[in-house]
Structure formats: C-alpha cells, structure tokens
Design a protein around this ligand. Structure first.
Ligand code: SF4
Ligand code: SF4
Length: 296
C-alpha cells in the first residue's frame, strides 16, 4: 500500500503544516512516510503545494506527486487557477477534499470516477478561532478519509503545532478543532489507478532575452495575475465616515488602493488580497470587512 496526497493552499494557510501533520500521523500509525512542500519565489497568498506519501513498505519514489490518490484543496479560488491546477493527475477512484461553501456535486463535475468531499473548513475555522486557520482542519479531513487512527492523528496535530511555536492554548484549540472535523467524516475505501495522461504541475515557458531579464510568458505571470481572489474578507469603505485622509492608501502593501479624480480612495478588488491593513490603520474606523461570497 502506497498513498499519495497532494495539498494545494495559499501561502499562509498552512499547506506545508498540513502535509507534515498527516506525515506524522501516518508515522504514528506505523507507516514509512515522506512529507515536503514546494513554494516557488512567492509570497503570502500565492499558491503553495505540499505533498505526503506513506506506505507500509519502503517508499520507492521521490519528488513531486503528479498522480495523487487524494487531493486536498484548501481554498476554492485555486480550483480554476491554471498555475495551481489542483486536480491534475488525480487518480481514478481517488478523492478530492475541497474547502468550499459550494454545493455537493458542483466541484469537479468533469470527473465521475473520483469522490469529491466539499467541506466549509473556513467557516468552521472562523467559528473556532475567529481566523481562517486551516492546517489542522484540512489534515483532519484527509487523515479521516485515508483511515488514519484518531489517536495517532491528534498526537501529530499537537506535536507539529508545538514544533512551529504555537502557544499551548492554540495547540489545544487546534486539537479540538481537528477532532471535530475528523469526527464529521468517514473513511473511504480507496482503490485507485493512474490516469494515462500525466500533466505537469507548474509549466513555465521562458523567453531568454539578450538585453534584459527573461519573460515568463505563460498564464499566471505577475502582470496579468489577479490576486483579488485570494481574499477571505473584503474591505469596504464607508464614504459617509471617510474624510479622505489617505492613511489607508499609504499603508496598502499591494498598491491596491488609488485616489480617484473626486479625491476619494478606491479599492482595486481585482488585486486587493484582503490583508486588512487598511482597516487596521484607518483612524476613523471607516473601513469594515465582509466575508467573500456574502457569508457571515
Ligand atoms: S485589504 Fe486593504 S491594505 Fe490589504 S490589500 Fe486590500 S486594500 Fe490593500
Ligand atoms: S484611512 Fe479611513 S478615513 Fe482615511 S481615507 Fe482611508 S478610509 Fe478614509
């Protein structure tokens, strides 16, 4: 038995930690394991991939997992992101665990040979922590589906999160959260076969320049990549309270704010990543936040 899991998240969501928790949990269950991430030259909010393999014998393969048995998608804005391409290579008979509020059956409709589990982990994390902390929750969903024992899994959550420096209180909260996610799902009997056509995870095409730097011409380069779909929350300016002081404009780290001809600060929602620095900095509390998708 060799199980391959690929996690897709955004920088800061904990894809790497989730892969490590799963790896540790499988180790606690007596398996041979591998877990590792790949980032690229990116920053918070950019697509991140992490991998876990575990087996009841020595693992004969290394490197990226192109043909996963399970795919875990931590942010549904990645589903149609050509750089992330999260379902690429998902084996027949495999499973996709997707953090989304979308209705069951509405994700990955093109594949009737895989199981898709939609779970609103962000909503559950917001209720548990007040923040979209996802690593222990997505690891819980995958561990449960894969049949990892609860005690092994919860020990791994505590161990990994202590190792990354979380406070005792936050570790305890994560263990409780992970336990509740784990308890809501059931193990799947996975019997998978590899797809014939393999797809590359991150295809890049470089045009070598003799005078300047090379251009990355594929879809997803920074000039044409809109980062507005990375938000969990959307900042909204109340122009009734705003005095046009422009403090928020000066603090936006993404240059996603501009000043219009009317002297009013505007938010470029195509590129605003939802960091909420503008909300924190506004001296008049003229900026509020609403969850994307019209959710509470
Ligand atoms: S939330 Fe505010 S500060 Fe952050 S990127 Fe958006 S506009 Fe800029
Ligand atoms: S910091 Fe607040 S008051 Fe000042 S421009 Fe921004 S929203 Fe308006």
């Amino acid at each position: 038995m060799l199980l391959r899991v690929r996690f897709h998240g955004r920088g800061g969501q904990g894809a790497k930690t989730a892969s490590r928790i799963l790896g540790d949990a499988a180790f606690n269950d007596g398996y041979f394991i591998q877990d590792f991430p790949v980032y690229g030259a990116e920053r918070r909010g950019a697509p991140v991939t992490a991998f876990t393999r575990y087996s009841d014998g020595e693992i004969p393969e290394r490197g990226f997992i192109f043909s996963p048995d399970i795919v875990a998608v931590m942010d549904d804005s990645l589903i149609n992101d050509p750089l992330a391409n999260p379902f690429a290579g998902l084996r027949r008979g495999g499973c996709a665990v997707v953090n989304t509020t979308k209705a069951p059956g509405s994700v990955l409709q093109s594949r009737d040979d895989v199981t898709v589990l939609n779970v609103d982990l962000t909503g559950q994390a917001l209720r548990a922590f007040g923040k979209p902390i996802l690593s222990s929750g997505i690891a819980a969903a995958v561990a449960r589906v894969a049949g990892i024992k609860e005690a092994s899994f919860l020990a791994a959550v505590a161990e990994e999160l202590r190792e990354v420096g979380l406070s005792q209180e936050l570790v305890k909260k994560n263990v409780e959260f992970a336990k509740s996610v784990y308890g809501e799902l059931a193990p799947l009997k996975l019997s998978t076969t590899e797809l014939e056509a393999k797809e590359e995870l991150v295809p890049l095409a470089l045009v070598v320049s003799v005078e300047g730097t090379e251009d990355v011409t594929r879809t997803g380069n920074s000039a044409i990549r809109h980062t507005g779909n990375w938000r969990t929350y959307r900042p909204v300016i109340d122009y009734g309270k705003c005095t046009d002081c422009m403090i928020c404009y000066g603090h936006c780290p993404e240059s996603a704010m501009s000043v219009g001809g009317d002297g009013k600060v505007k938010i470029d929602y195509d590129n605003c990543k939802g960091c909420m620095i503008c909300l924190t900095e506004c001296p008049l509390s003229a900026i509020t936040q609403t969850r994307e998708g019209g959710l509470e």
